[in-house]
Design a protein around this ligand. Structure first.
Ligand code: ADP
Ligand code: MG
Length: 610
């Protein structure tokens, strides 16, 4: 029984599989690996899916649909013949054909698939993709994000060093930028930005406009059929420029032949309005990722439109960097999905990689600000859109004098009052009866990509209690399997050996220093703890690195201070010292430690009780 990877694209879909330590693409009977995501209705015959359907786009545009992925997760209906279909149903048809095609190619039954989706797909779009697969007879263990798949393909090619990547996925109708951090065995999407209406089709339209302008034609009054032929010829000419220096576009209208020459210099000029939009997206994603161009190690070109040399030239000029091209840009995502099937099957040839995902809803516990509150509010533990897997700790203190225990009620949702959210379960723990606020418990949440939540509570006497919650119906065996996978995540960063030692070191410096130093170290401790609790893997890693560096600089500075204390030039030197340490602090601030974004500091004051 085979497992395949599928890139279910807006324009084209592809499938791949893992065999003998390598990833391969699945081809159709004509050797084509690109499968157009198009469906067409043929009178008296029924529905045609794939290349045959795409070929009818010009001749039978009324009966042909494509780009329906854009409306995944909505109720939009497409009419084909006498019936209406949703994007989910049309996607199911594409998946079914890919499955059939794959079975013919592999001479084996295919039951399972890993499907890629855009990183920004919401919960509904993701669950509709899974439903489409189910209709097509495919069980989908996991969806992975397209940029993660691309990053995985990149890592297979270039090794597993820590890298910051920008995945530039330029397809037929969309441009998706993703800022991805790869470190250890984790691939994490930090930010995404995109334009759902910016792709190869728009380049074709710009070429059409240019053609009309050059030939003194008015596009508005061109017959619909001429217009679609011209659009198709523009696309063909654009693709020819990959191998030819110069090409011709021609169109005959009412016996008269119109022609225009196209080369890369002309195309570059023609594309300038599009490049302006791309530049804006770059600014947006870098702002969102709080990064600069210089932070990027590589720019990975993905999607059919990334084949265009004018696009590469533009990016080279914009970023001052040579873009990385992994073979055919329109196949990278599918190849990454195929690599992932290798990981899922625990294939020996491939290292266990962890692809992070995004949590589509908030998970939290019920809490109270003060004991007179009528209703408990929702205290978020794992925020919506956090990258998964994610671990968080929260300390809660008693609310009533002499209360004997705390009940931690777990909810899912975005509402202010806990009761308005979806109740998932509860766990209780005894506490020593003392005055309100004097006793505390720590609540640990670990949520993984399989939708399993592990909750543990610990009181001040180290008594522990835990529970597992899952959003899917899982058999005992599956749960066991997932539990094992999660074990590595269960030690929250703040309790990991290395970090505990760092914290102890900071604390001991705090103890032994005075005045300015004390204040500084206090701030560092606070930042360190918050950073470790921010729930984002790459930021945690950065926090640890930065804290180590800070500690080193601090120790050095302190040593100098001691020397200077004895040579009488204290004042000037102290100013130098100040400057040195401030530089380090500013550097850390500028690196956008998670602290502003994840201001957990406030929530430590919240109280909880029964
Ligand atoms: P999607 O991810 O949206 O399904 P693809 O990655 O398959 O799309 O990209 C399709 C787009 O790539 C189309 O606009 C097509 O014109 C363009 N394309 C394909 N081959 C080339 C090429 N050789 N040169 C330029 N553009 C190309
Ligand atoms: Mg794509």
């Amino acid at each position: 029984m085979a497992v395949i990877g599928i890139d279910l694209g807006t324009t084209n879909s592809l499938a791949s599989y893992w065999k003998n330590g390598e990833v391969h693409l699945i081809a159709d009977e004509n050797g084509n690996t690109l499968f157009p995501s198009a469906v067409s209705y043929v009178d008296n015959e029924g529905l045609l899916v794939g290349q045959g359907a795409k070929d009818r786009l010009v001749t039978h545009s009324q009966d042909t649909v494509c780009s329906f992925k854009r409306f995944m997760g909505t109720d939009k209906m497409y009419q084909l013949g006498h019936k209406n279909y949703t994007a989910l149903e049309l996607s199911a048809m594409v998946l079914e054909r890919i499955k059939q095609n794959g079975e013919f190619f592999l001479k084996e039954e295919i039951e399972e698939a890993i499907i890629t989706v855009p990183a920004y797909f919401n919960d509904k779009q993701r669950s509709d993709t899974k439903k489409a697969a189910k209709i097509a007879g495919l069980s989908v263990d996991r969806l992975i994000n397209e940029p993660s798949a691309a990053a995985l393909a990149y890592r297979m090619e270039y090794g597993e060093e820590d890298k910051t990547l920008l995945v530039f996925d330029f397809g037929g109708g969309t441009l998706d930028l993703s800022y991805v951090e790869c470190f250890d065995n984790i691939i994490e999407i930090v930010a995404v930005a995109g334009d759902n209406y910016l792709g190869g089709d728009d380049i074709d339209s710009l070429i059409v406009q240019y053609f009309c302008q050059e030939n003194g034609l008015n596009l508005e009054i061109l017959a619909a059929n001429d217009r679609s032929i011209l659009q198709k010829r523009a696309e063909e000419a654009k693709c020819r420029l990959e191998v030819e220096k110069c090409t011709n576009i021609s169109l005959e209208i009412e016996g008269k032949l119109y022609e225009t020459l196209l080369n890369n210099d002309i195309l570059f000029q023609v594309c300038i309005p599009l490049f302006t939009k791309i530049k804006e997206l770059f600014i947006r994603i870098l702002n969102d990722a709080k990064a600069r161009v210089s932070d990027l190690d590589d720019l990975i070109m993905v999607g059919g439109s990334s084949r265009l040399s004018v696009v590469r030239r533009f990016l080279r000029e914009l970023l001052g960097k040579e873009p990385v091209v992994l073979g055919d840009t329109d196949k990278v995502v599918a190849l990454g999905a195929g690599c992932y099937t290798g990981i899922r099957r625990r294939n020996e040839d491939i290292k266990d990689m962890l692809l992070t995902d995004v949590c589509p809803f908030t998970l939290g516990v019920e809490s109270w600000h003060r004991k007179t509150d009528m209703e408990g509010y929702m205290l978020p533990m794992i925020e919506r859109n956090s990258t998964l897997p994610s671990s968080k700790i929260q300390r809660l203190v008693t609310l009533q004098d002499y209360q004997k225990g705390i009940v931690v009620r777990v909810y899912q949702g975005e509402e202010y009052y806990a009761k308005d959210n979806l109740y998932l379960g509860e766990i209780s723990i005894p506490v020593e009866p003392k005055l309100a606020g004097e006793e505390w418990i720590d609540v640990y949440f670990t949520y993984d990509i399989n939708g399993i939540l592990y909750v543990e509570v610990v009181n001040s006497h180290n008594v522990r209690n835990h529970m597992w919650l899952s959003n899917q119906e899982l058999s005992e065996m599956e749960l066991e399997k997932y539990k094992k996978e999660m074990e590595q995540l269960l030690i929250p960063p703040i309790q990991q050996e290395e970090n505990r030692k760092l914290l102890e070191e900071l604390e001991s410096y705090y103890e032994s220093s005075s005045s300015v130093w004390r204040k500084r170290i206090g701030i560092m401790i606070d930042r360190f703890v918050q950073g470790l609790n921010c729930g984002r893997q790459h930021l945690i890693k950065r926090t640890v690195e930065d804290t180590k560096k800070y500690l080193e600089t601090m120790k050095e500075t302190m040593e100098h201070e001691e020397e200077w204390l004895f040579d009488g030039e204290l004042k000037q030197d102290m100013e130098d010292v100040e400057e040195l340490i401030m530089e380090e602090e500013i550097k850390i601030d500028r690196k956008e430690m998670p602290f502003n974004e994840f201001n957990l500091g406030d929530s430590w004051d919240t109280t909880n009780g029964q």
